[in-house]
Structures are given as C-alpha cells and as structure tokens.
Write a protein that binds this ligand. Structure first.
Ligand code: MRU
Length: 346
C-alpha cells in the first residue's frame, strides 16, 4: 500500500470473507467473519459493506463460499444450486451495477469449470478484487491530472478504500491530487441520512492525514459561491449508456450547483460501473431505504412521532452536467452515448 492508502475493508482470509463493519465506524473498528453467501447478502443489505465496487467484490467472494457448499452437498448438481445463491446475492441491493457485473463474471466462469469449483472461483474473485485496486490507482493518476493547482475540492458520500477494493474512486483521485500537492484541502459532505461522509470519509481522511473539513450537505452551494472548491468529485453506482450517473442522493443537486457556480464536476468510476444495457438514467432502479434512517439519528428519534419519511438512497445526474468521466480505460470529457460506446469497445 502506498502513502495515503492504509485501509482495507474487504479481505479473504484462509477460507472465509472478513468485512470491516461500516455500521460501527468511526468509533469501533470491528471486523465480521462470514462463511456463507446468505450471510454476505445480509451484510450487503444491512450496509456492513457498502459502496458499489466493494459490494461487487464481497459478492464475488460469497460465490466462492456458495460453490464450496454446493459442491460438497451436491457434487453432481452444484451448478444449479450455485445459480440460486447467485440470484439471491443479486437481489441484495438494486442500484449498484458492480454487484451484477461481478456476479455475472463469477457465473460465466462457473459454467466452464469441471470438478471442484472452489479454487478457480477464488482465483477469479481475487482477480476482481486486485483489478479494482489497480483501476483505482490508474483513475487516481488520470483524474488528478485534470485538476489545476487549487485550494480545495468537494466530495460526497464515501468513495474511498471502504467503498472499493482499496484506495477509492473519487477519493482515490483526491488522494492522488493531495499526494502530488495539487490540492491542499478536502471538503466532505456529511451525506445524510446514513452519514457516509461524517462516519466514513472523514475517518479515512483523518487516518491518511489529509486536511479536511466536513460540512452539512446543505452548505455545499455556499461553499461553491465562496470559491473554495475548483471541482466536485464523486463516484457512481451505475452509469447508463448515455452517460447519466446514479450516485448517492444529493449528487444531482451538487451537479446543478456546480454548473451554476462555474465549478467543474468529475465522476470517477471503473468501467464495471458502466451499464450499456441501461439506456438512460430513467431506467436505473433507485433503491428506497427504510424511513427510520431519516426519522432517527443513531437510533434516537429526531422527527415527531407519526411523521413519514421518503428515503431514496440515490439520484441521477444527467450526463450534460458531467464535465469529466474518469475510468481506468481513460477520461471522457462531456460524456455522450457515442463516447461511452467507443471507450467500452476500446
Ligand atoms: O449507499 P452506499 O453507501 O452504498 O452508496 C455509495 C455511493 O453512492 C458511492 O458514491 C458509490 O458507490 C461509488 S463508491 C466507489
């Protein structure tokens, strides 16, 4: 691991998956050992692990554990049993396409395996994990090269080591830009209602000694107006074929505000986040999460009893508001369907 990269949230140890429990951060660094696909799907649903690439990697390792169980119990019929577990994993969260992408790769590999599937599937899961880290480092280089030396940048949600195999997408670009002295300071939205910014991004930045201020999501427009940031840099859970970007709720209003204030808007995502089968943002399924996440804070009721809450976990930013889309295969400025198709075919 390089400087400013000290965290790993998803790890394979001996014969099982180990996850840093993100519900407990920042005050408890507690790891959970998982031995089955069922338990991994539950961990994804409950946000023990979250962030699009990290979910995909955890699910890939879950397939290894499911294959081991299926082969042991039904050596003749293990593939059919495995498919059922893969379907169950696919349904654990709907928006992040990296989950389906990783599971489809594991599924295709399983089709070609003769004999015990555990070892070859583990090799593939480890490759998916390592490729993600490598992609993040590459995107860090490409994305930071777009930033002119400036005081600060603004980010939303958590896109760092916790949300990926390691290093991060948007936070990887920020780590790279800070290491090179291109930026001095990071502003991180707290990211209501699950507090990925305060609980996770701020924790990562403190651990890696990168100077940062946390702000309420609603302070972002004011920050831009004061000229404190040159770029808004975010990740994505799914990018449609036309370049529309689904990401954590609040991203869309950042993009609108950025355009109004002349601040550039960068989306950083590996090509595993690009879903050519989804034509535009309106076709992306948006997860709605429990009302309690809005009504309560740390299990303490904040809103008046009998209040109802609406809790969409993601929103869609139209491609027209994106100045740069950074992937491990290259950068697209002002993304369009044609430019994305060309990148994916390259
Ligand atoms: O609900 P979450 O915490 O899983 O949402 C995560 C995000 O929205 C991230 O911005 C996205 O997954 C990109 S992370 C590399």
């Amino acid at each position: 691991m390089s400087q400013h990269d000290s965290i790993r949230a998803v790890e394979w140890k001996d014969n099982h998956l180990v996850l840093l429990d993100q519900r407990k951060l920042p005050h408890n660094e507690q790891f959970i050992a998982l031995y089955s696909a069922d338990d991994t799907a539950e961990a994804i649903r409950n946000m023990v692990v979250r962030g699009a690439p990290a979910i995909g990697i955890a699910a890939a390792y879950a397939v290894v554990m499911a294959a081991r169980k299926s082969y042991k119990q039904y050596p003749q019929d293990w593939r059919q049993r495995l498919l059922a577990e893969i379907e169950m994993l696919k349904n654990s969260r709907p928006t992040a396409v990296n989950l389906m992408w990783a599971l489809n790769r594991m599924c295709e590999a399983a089709d070609d395996i003769q004999g015990d599937p555990e070892y070859p599937l583990l090799e593939l899961a480890k490759k998916i994990h390592q490729d993600d880290i490598d992609a993040n480092y590459r995107m860090g280089e490409l994305g930071s090269a777009l930033i002119a030396p400036s005081h600060g940048v603004l980010t939303h949600c958590n896109t760092g080591s916790l949300a990926t195999g390691g290093y991060g997408t948007a936070l990887g670009v920020i780590r790279s830009a800070y290491s090179k002295g291109i930026i001095e300071h990071v502003y991180a939205d707290e990211t209501r209602p699950w507090w990925q910014g305060s609980r996770l991004t701020a924790w990562e930045l403190v651990k890696d000694k990168i100077p940062a201020h946390l702000l309420c999501d609603s302070a972002a427009a004011h920050l831009m107006k004061l000229g404190k940031v040159s770029w808004v840099i975010v990740g994505s859970d799914r990018i449609a074929a036309n370049g529309d970007v689904a990401n954590k709720i609040g991203t869309y209003s950042l993009a609108v505000n950025a355009r109004y204030h002349g601040v550039k808007f960068m989306v950083v995502a590996p090509t595993s986040t690009i879903d050519l089968a989804t034509l535009c943002g309106n076709d992306i399924p948006i997860e709605e999460r429990p009302q309690d996440e809005v009504l309560n804070v740390s299990n303490q009721r904040i809103a008046a009893y009998h209040t109802q809450a609406w809790n969409p976990a993601f929103d869609v930013t139209p491609a027209s508001l994106v100045d740069a889309l950074v992937t491990e295969k290259g950068v697209i400025e002002n993304p369009t369907a044609e430019k994305i198709a060309a990148l994916m075919a390259s």
